[in-house]
Write a protein that binds this ligand. Structure first.
Ligand code: ADP
Ligand code: MG
Length: 242
């Protein structure tokens, strides 16, 4: 589904990613973890070409992001992304937040986009709030709307970048529950998260990053179950969380 092939990236003269390679298969739930500043957000943003890469290539469902012939907006429309800060449009109702990109990017009719949006809003348990504005919802509810909005686009993969980090603790569970449900339905997911309970229970693969490199790329069973076999940096990380 996603082939990340020897990618390197620089911000100016600072090399943020060094020769990163990994493969994500259909139905994989991949957790990306590692210390702050290790390049997790940058890596995930390169997958839908929100951040350009200077070396290597990424192939998403058969389409290379570096191929000049690739229609990037079209590719991006198939890759759902949920960020730490919900990034809903504050001046639009929940309904309009859900339908805007379907209409503008996918060219769906108003009726069709509404139908799809409402189905996804129901899925995250927020149908009753369709006419509200984002500011009238809690952080956890806004993040669930952001997930529903991404799902309305019928993505082939969902990318999450610390979707629960900005939430009050009592709201983390409701967002994780939605993510667990998605995983169980077979959605291909790549999640940057510090929620190691979620990682252990739900993911099948862990990527551990340090200083711009992928230093571990293994099954979650091996990552959490055989810490002694991990690299020193991952061991140190695990010793703090396990
Ligand atoms: P993580 O998500 O693991 O915390 P990031 O991918 O956000 O790491 O950042 C990796 C490194 O790149 C950090 O040192 C950060 O300061 C730097 N960085 C991130 N974004 C930019 C940017 N737009 N310009 C310059 N440096 C950046
Ligand atoms: Mg980050």
């Amino acid at each position: 589904m996603i082939d990340i092939k020897n990618i390197s990236k620089w911000y100016g003269s600072f090399q943020v990613l060094t020769d990163c390679t990994t493969t994500i298969n259909k139905g994989d739930v991949v957790v990306v973890c590692g210390p702050s500043g290790s390049g997790k957000s940058t890596l995930i943003k390169t997958v839908n070409a929100l951040e350009p890469i200077q070396q290597g290539d990424i192939v998403v469902d058969g389409t290379s992001i570096t191929d000049k012939k690739t229609n990037l907006p079209k590719l991006r429309s198939r890759v759902g992304m949920v960020f730490q800060h919900f990034e809903l449009f504050p001046h639009l109702s929940i309904t309009d937040n859900l339908t805007l990109a379907q209409i503008k990017v996918l060219g769906r009719s108003k009726d069709e986009s509404l139908k799809r949006g409402m189905k996804m809003l129901d899925r995250v348990g927020l149908s009753a709030h369709k006419d509200k504005f984002p500011g009238q919802l809690s952080g956890g509810q806004q993040q669930r709307v952001a997930i529903a909005r991404a799902l309305s686009m019928d993505p082939i993969v969902m990318l999450f970048d610390e979707p629960t980090s900005a939430l009050d603790p009592e709201m983390v569970g409701e967002v994780l529950d939605v993510m667990v449900g998605l995983a169980h339905e077979g959605m291909t997911m790549m999640c940057v998260t510090h929620e190691m309970g979620f990682a252990k229970r739900v993911s099948n693969k862990v990527i551990f990053m340090d200083a711009g490199k992928i230093v571990e790329d293994c099954s979650s069973a091996d990552f959490f179950g055989k810490p002694e076999a991990r690299s020193p940096r991952a061991k140190e990380f695990l010793s703090k969380i396990l």
